[in-house]
Design a binder for this molecule. Structure first.
Ligand code: ATP
Ligand code: MG
Length: 445
């Protein structure tokens, strides 16, 4: 009955329904590409461990108010990029997270994570922004981020920048530039803001629509416009750097000294203001010329007022987020080979009668840490496959060894281990003592 209904559904589906495809700007990550993602995540986890950053996982859906309060109302994200909807059951306004810092701060406040000092946290996961999809810009994309909360000193700005720098080295990324700026403190920004508005008002006719709208609500953001027609105007605008007091200058100088001592090159970009309202003092981006218009692979900075703004006890913080798609694209662009997923061994099964023995043996091998792919005939194959066809599959799998379960082997209670990648004798191994030889199959991982 079910079967019939299913067939009827398939029929209707193929005849009447539109093809079901992923949403524009949201991508499937398929093998073998998914192995590159897992490799990158593995490198990140290992590095975070060495810097003593601990993982945090927050929900993908949060109340819309969290992002409005956290990111600022006059930001690209809140103005036009959020996926927001009403909860059908209780009418709550919800949003798919466009970034993770607001959620991390909410969690830190909600669970009083700073009650006995600072915290170093990291996260990875999908973010959602309704942007125009193009190379390096998607609607579901992935960020990895690090946040150090509760630490005011410039050494923590330096630590978190050095952490990102170390990541590029471990991934084998080249030609990534570090740009720095300081956004100072709120009172310094106020003085600069007045000067900036006065300057921009004198050149009203050169402002585009976005800039005109932001002139009085968020003039700083006008400085990072990508509109080519406005470049000369913002180039000559008053520089926030010139409005910084001694403490802000010293903070930046201290960060620079620590980067210098660690041998990390940086340059000042006075127009670097970052997309979110919550930053103060140090802001930074890691950029490349090799990805076209989407050249920022990682951005961050200090946000000493956000925790208080989110209802917590005042506490400083600094963090960054990187775009996983952009980092992987840059690795590809630079021809960096990343490890592929390959089994250690491929089990060739000569006769279906051997399957119970094969299954039991492979189960033991895997428990001992060996990665084994078993041959099984695909639905579109004719029969279980000749030995020749199975060896072809074994070869294509990338395995180093074939495990041959033939009739002779079964009678003798053995399996033949045949090297596929390197010269070497094939060996008969006893099934009665798998543990004695399992390790010889394992590749270094
Ligand atoms: P951009 O200027 O490219 O729009 P942003 O300032 O909006 O970046 P952040 O919010 O700081 O970016 O996010 C940190 C990182 O996440 C970016 O440097 C980038 O690598 C990545 N990123 C941001 N938006 C996207 C997107 N839509 N698709 C893919 N990656 C993205
Ligand atoms: Mg953006």
């Amino acid at each position: 009955m079910l079967h019939k209904r299913y067939k009827a559904f398939l029929y209707l589906f193929s005849r009447d329904m539109q093809r079901l495809v992923a949403i524009k700007g949201m991508n499937d990550i398929l093998p073998p590409d998914s192995a590159r993602w897992e490799w990158l995540e593995q490198v990140v986890r290992s590095l975070m461990q060495r810097y003593a950053y601990r993982a945090i996982r927050t929900p993908i859906v949060e109340p819309t108010a969290l992002f409005v309060r956290g990111l600022g109302e006059v930001t690209d994200i809140v103005e036009k990029e959020m996926y927001s909807f009403e909860d059908r059951l209780n009418g709550e306004q919800l949003t798919l997270r466009p970034e993770a810092t607001a959620g991390v701060v909410r969690a830190v406040v909600e669970h009083s994570l700073l009650h006995d000092g600072g915290r170093r946290l990291y996260y990875m996961g999908p973010m959602f922004r309704h942007e125009r999809p193009q190379r390096g810009r998607y609607r579901q994309f992935h960020q990895i981020g690090a946040e150090a909360l509760g630490f005011p000193g410039p050494e923590m700005d330096a630590e978190i920048i050095l952490l990102a720098h170390a990541l590029w080295a471990e991934l084998g990324l080249k030609d990534v530039r570090l740009e720095l700026n300081s956004l100072g403190q709120p009172d310094e920004r106020r003085a600069h803001r007045a000067a900036l508005i006065a300057y921009l008002e004198q050149h009203q006719e050169l402002l585009d629509e976005d800039a005109r709208r932001r002139l009085h609500s968020n003039p700083l953001r006008i400085l990072d416009t990508k509109n080519p027609a406005m470049q000369a105007l913002v180039e000559a605008a008053p520089r926030l750097m010139d409005y910084l007091g001694d403490a802000s200058r010293q903070h930046l100088a201290a960060v620079q000294a620590m980067l210098d001592a660690a041998g990390v090159a940086w340059s000042i970009n006075p127009r670097l203001v970052r997309g979110m309202d919550y930053y103060n003092l140090t802001v930074f981006e890691f950029v490349t010329d090799q990805l076209g218009a989407q050249g920022t692979i990682c951005g961050g900075g200090r946000y000493d007022y956000l925790i208080e703004q989110m209802g917590g006890k005042p506490a400083p913080a600094v963090g960054w987020a990187l775009g996983v798609e952009r980092v992987l694209e840059l690795l590809r662009e630079q021809g960096r080979d990343t490890p592929a997923a390959q089994p250690d061994a491929y089990a060739v099964v000569a006769d279906a009668a051997a399957l119970p023995t094969v299954m039991a043996t492979l189960q033991r091998l895997r428990a001992l840490g060996v990665s084994v792919q078993m041959h099984s005939a695909a639905a579109n194959a004719q029969g279980p496959g000749s030995m020749k066809a199975q060896f072809k599959k074994a070869d294509a799998s990338g395995a180093r060894f074939a495990l041959v379960f033939g009739a002779d082997e079964l009678r003798a209670g053995t399996v033949t281990v045949k090297p596929l990648r390197e010269a070497g004798e094939q060996l008969q191994r006893p099934l009665s003592d798998v543990a004695a030889w399992a390790a010889s199959l394992q590749s270094a991982r």
